[in-house]
Design a protein around this ligand. Sequence first.
Ligand SMILES: [Zn+2]
Length: 262
Amino acid sequence: VKPIQAVCLTDTHCHLDFHVFDDDREAVIERARQAGVTRIVIPAIDLETAAAALTVADRYPDVLVAVGFHPNDLKGWDAHSLAALEHLAGHPKVVAIGEIGLDYYRERTPHDLQRRAFREQLELADRLHKPVIIHTRNSVDDTLALLAERRSPGTGVLHSFSGSLEQAQAAIGMGFYIGITGPVTFTNAANVQQVVQSLPLDHLLLETDAPFLAPHPLRGQRNEPAYLRYTAQKVADLHALPVERIAALTTENAARLFGWSQ
Ligand SMILES: [Zn+2]
């Protein structure tokens, strides 16, 4: 893959606050800029990572933050959690509530607690008029059901989507975006490739989920935002369009969802 010149990519899901980046975060951000990544969203997974993410965002103008409790990290979820999130959401660099959702694959949290925390954070997002970043694994039907029952539904993204085309279309029907990560580049990813090929480009976002899910041919390595161009290239190939066009469209989509000017 050639370096992308004169394009804007947006990495809407990157855990740049994680300790695995402590030694070279500055260099990682510089490589991202060189690769055309003009904005990076760090989703928190609990209050501790929300604070860490805001510390990074305060240093870099191109880094934004989402605050929320991940379904696998609900140990600290208690009566004060929502108020703490609401307080953090007042920070000018917080653009979303996330990552929140349901994970029936790792099974680290009882399902009823996952659903309760998810529902309450969805309500908070709607009340604050912020989009949501949703983690859903082996749980897309329950996720869609909870989204459908909201009274004043806002919008958001189904991050690192791995469900069916029908499920993606149902989410898009509710105004949601579909987040595409590195696995779309894997040689054994016919399923997700078929879904991406069939989805409208005005509802796709590109994400690294770094440090996880490095794209082919870097699979297994520590992922970083500069590698987003491999995922962009794959989506471009699947849609038979130039990568510059995919970069521009997904960056416009991110700006529309998260409410910043281009
Ligand atoms: Zn994540």
